[in-house]
Design a binder for this molecule. Structure first.
Ligand code: ATP
Ligand code: MG
Length: 265
């Protein structure tokens, strides 16, 4: 089964205007069911735009996006995916549990169903004890975990994540990476994950998609075959080999982009 199929997609913002930006050019991407795919590339190369296209938050200029075998718009209406962005984006006036319940409310689920599901999701991310707290009473990492619990609450077949751990310290980040993989494995979720971190991409992914800037294109895909991830994975020779492979793929970009474009390596 295919979770996402992006076919010949280009995206130009403000077409025909002086501020026209060719953000993506001729993108083809297939995410298989249950697969974890990371997007990595220099700032401005269109990673967030590609994620937004998959989520049907912006329309493509040309090409097609299919999610769970449906047009992206239908998939959005059917809530086929959950989204978690760099900022947790929680509602301050709602408790942790009621934040996680929000997408379930939008689906019209009963109070009892919502509560049960929210508690199940909070247990998955290790926050059962904080269900009654408000976001302001949590650390940044805990807020991110609430956002992940919320994204997973409808049991979406697909999770779209845009640098969700970007603002976290290294230790919290590594712990959340492991938690995310555990949750995805437990729920059979497919994931498209944007990151600037090569080790993060390698640790999490089955496939790392390397992009170049202006207009964003996919220049390489690196298959990662490290088996089930544990803390030992981060010290394994295979991990370092894969990091080098991705770094080289990114460096390939450096020689072809403008000098003012930074490559985050
Ligand atoms: N709504 C918009 N209107 C006009 N231009 C946009 C819009 N969104 C993105 N862009 C442009 O599209 C290009 C790609 O932006 P995008 O946010 O997808 O990059 P990114 O790879 O996510 O970068 P970063 O790593 O810095 O988050 C940029 O040149 C940006 O200015
Ligand atoms: Mg971005």
């Amino acid at each position: 089964m295919t979770a996402v199929e992006v076919s010949g997609v280009s995206k130009t913002f403000n077409k025909g205007r002086p501020d026209e930006v060719a953000a993506l050019h001729d993108i083809d991407l297939v995410v298989d069911s249950g697969q974890f795919v990371s997007l990595i590339g220099p700032s401005g190369c269109g990673k967030s735009t590609l994620l937004r296209l998959i989520a049907d938050l912006v329309p493509p200029t040309s090409g097609t996006v299919t999610v769970a075998g449906k047009p992206a718009r239908r998939a959005r209406l059917d809530q086929e995916y959950g989204i978690a962005f760099q900022q947790a984006g929680l509602f301050d006036w709602r408790t942790v549990r009621r934040n996680v319940e929000l997408p379930l409310e939008l689906r019209g689920q009963s109070r009892a169903e919502r509560k049960a599901r929210a508690e199940e999701m909070l247990a998955l991310v290790g926050l059962s004890d904080f269900a009654g707290h408000y976001p302001a009473q949590l650390s940044g990492g805990m807020q991110q975990r609430v956002a992940i619990a919320r994204a997973l609450a409808v049991h979406p077949p697909l999770l779209l994540m845009d640098e969700p751990f970007g603002a976290l310290d290294e230790m919290t980040r590594e712990r959340l990476q492991s938690e995310l993989l555990r949750v995805c494995a437990a729920t059979g979720t497919s994931t498209v994950f944007v990151t600037h971190s090569i080790p993060e991409a390698v640790f999490l992914s089955d496939l790392v998609v390397v992009m170049s800037a202006r207009p964003g294109r996919i220049t390489d895909t690196v298959k990662i075959d490290l088996g089930p991830r544990t803390d030992a994975t981060r010290q394994s020779p295979g991990f370092f080999t894969a990091i080098t492979k991705v770094r080289k793929a990114l460096r390939g970009i450096e020689t072809t982009v403008d000098e003012d474009v930074e490559v985050d390596v």
